[in-house]
Design a protein around this ligand. Structure first.
Ligand code: IPD
Ligand code: CA
Length: 285
């Protein structure tokens, strides 16, 4: 068994970047005219297009060619076990609703993680890439090596999260799930948080939101209801840019909650979220 310290995170990040870039080109270049919804998942608005599945199939094939011993976990159909210490956790299109509507805030997210990504608190990303094919932005990070963004053919520049520490003047990203009871809870929490911050942005891609914490376009971000593929790569990119990424109690980020910001603002935002959650009606199943 490979010891985590022996993992070559720089070459994993290169693989993540290359396969994510190829899949990002695919979803733009091969988008069929009149693209529609292929199927739905947790609700009528939780959609899958044929390009989500095709992009995931491409990622799985390329990762299998280059890293045959690793496990694979993706948002769409088709996961596999491995024999190495690495699992690839991929979201073939994060921001699928934006993709369907032609809003340029979607991306391919690819992360190499250690541990079991299905077990909260039992896994960590060690390398990752997030590519927005419309803006040409490519974010990437390797554990301990910093976070970077390149645009088009340009040089990669190192990222640093915003230094904002005052919650009242902080721009905060968030997102909403696909089922009504979750959204009701999210709206109730948001009603508490909104008066306490500069403003809220709901851009529609959690992976990009976390990268925007890394590049300072957002001061902070929180969301309930994410899956590992939504945040695996963005978690590392934000962390390597100096942000703290946890739940609202300082534990591992999970579907229950993810909070990302530099430590001072993170403490203020987490406190605000704990207060909000304490007064809202709990989510009903
Ligand atoms: C969604 C996006 C969105 C977030 C949702 C996710 P998808 O992923 O990341 O911003 O608010 O919670 O499910 O469905 O576009 O891959
Ligand atoms: Ca997603």
């Amino acid at each position: 068994m490979t010891h985590p310290e022996d993992i070559d995170v720089i070459s994993l990040a290169r693989v993540a970047r290359e396969v994510a870039t190829e899949a990002a080109a695919l979803i733009v270049d091969e988008r069929p005219p009149g693209l529609g919804v292929m199927t739905t998942k947790t609700s009528a608005v939780d959609i899958v297009t044929e390009m989500d599945q095709r992009a995931q199939d491409l990622l799985r094939r390329r990762l299998g060619e280059r890293r045959p011993d690793d496990a694979f976990l993706g948002e769409e159909e088709g996961s596999s076990d491995g024999t190495s210490a690495i699992t690839w956790v991929v979201d073939p299109i994060d921001g699928t609703v934006n993709y369907l509507y032609g809003i340029p805030a979607y991306c391919v997210s690819v992360a190499a993680v250690t541990g079991d990504p299905r077990e909260v608190g039992q896994w960590r990303p060690v390398a990752g890439a997030v590519v927005n094919p419309v803006t040409g932005e490519r974010f990437h990070a390797a554990r301990g090596q910093g976070a970077y963004r390149a645009v088009g053919a340009g040089e990669a520049t190192r990222l640093a999260a915003s230094g904002a520490s005052d919650l009242a003047t902080a721009l905060i990203g968030t997102g909403f799930g696909y089922v009504a009871p979750r959204r009701r809870w999210q709206a109730d929490v948001l009603a508490q948080v909104l008066p306490a911050v500069r403003d809220i942005r709901r851009m529609g891609s959690a992976a990009l939101d976390l990268c925007h914490v890394a590049d300072g376009a957002l001061d902070g971000y929180y969301e309930r209801g994410l899956n590992p593929w939504d945040f695996a790569a963005g978690w590392l990119v934000a962390t390597e840019a100096g942000a703290l990424v946890t739940d609202e109690h300082g534990g591992a980020p999970s579907g229950a909650m993810i909070v990302a910001a530099r430590p001072g603002l993170h403490a203020a935002l987490s406190g605000e979220l704990r207060s909000a959650i304490a007064v809202v009606t709990p989510e009903t199943p």
